[in-house]
Write a protein that binds this ligand. Sequence first.
Ligand code: CP
Length: 322
Amino acid sequence: MTRQLDTDGRLRHFLTTEGLPRNLLLQLLDTAESFAGVIGKSVKKVPLLRGRTVINLFFEASTRTRITFELAAKRLSADVLNVNVATTTVKGESLLDMLRNLEAMQADMFVVRHSESGTAEYVAQHVGESVSVLNAGDGWHAHPTQAMLDAFTIRRHKGGFEPLVIAIVGDVMHSRVARSQIHALGGLGAGEVRVIAPRTLLPRDIESLGVRVFHDMRLGLKDADVVIMLRLQRERMQGALLPSEPEYFRLYGLTEDKLAVAKPDAIVMHPGPINRGVEIDSRVADGARSVILEQVTNGIAVRMAVMSMALGARRETPPAPA
Ligand code: CP
C-alpha cells in the first residue's frame, strides 16, 4: 500500500483514514477549524496554494464532494481544473496515459473519485514525487474527506469524541463513507461506534472493525449522541438484498418516533444525497436536530485543511510572481 505520510510523518496523499495516527487526525481537525474562520469572512481567500495546480478527476457523479473540493482549492488560491472525464476518455486513452499528460502540465494534486475501489491508491502509486493524490471516494472502499468533515461536525457539536455513542445506520455494506467513519472515529477515540442494519447490508467482517452491531433500530439508537444515516445505494446492489423500500423505511428509516430513544440532544447526520422517505423522514432531515447542511459547509474547511497539509506545508513556497 502507498504510504500516505512522508518520512517526516506529514501528509503526502490522503487515501484512507485507516491507520492514521491520532495526532494527525487532530491536526487536520484543528487546521480545518482555522479555515472555518476564513470561510466566514467577506474575503474568503488565503494565498497558501498560490501557483499550485489542482486537477479534479471525477469518474463518478458527485455534487457535494466535487464542488467543495473546487471551492476549497479556490479559497486557497490554487488554480483548479475540472477534467471532463466523459470527453477525455472517449478516444480510448488509458488512465495512466491521461495522468502522465496531466503531470506534464505541472499538476501538483489530483483529486480522484472512481467507482472502482483502489483507484486513488493506483493513481498515487504512479504519480511523481511532487504530486499529491486525494481520494474523493473509491468504490465501496473509502471516502476519507467525508469521514473527516463528519468528525469535524461532531466535534463542533459535542466538543470531543471519548464519551460519545455514535450510531451509523443503514447500507453499511456498500458505504465507503461508513468504513472511513469507523476508522476515523476509532482513531479519534470515540467511546462507542454502533452499526445498525439488516444482516444483508452488513459486511461479514464488520465486527473486526471494533463496532457494536445491532439489527433492531430502537435498540441501536438507545442513548446515542450522534445518529449518522446512510444512503441506500441501490445502484451498487446486485440481487434482492431488501424486501422493499417501504419495508426498509418501516424498519430502518429514521423517524421522529425512532429518534426519540436517542439522547435528547442527539444530532442527526447524513453524507448526502438523501433519499427522503427511504432512509430518513423529511421531518427529521429538515428538523432542529439535523446538521446535514452544516456537514456540507464544513466540507469546505476540511478539504482546505487536507489540501494545505498535503501541499502547502510540505512543498517549498513558490516564488513570488515577477
Ligand atoms: N457525500 C458525497 O460524497 O456526496 P456527493 O456524491 O454529492 O459528492
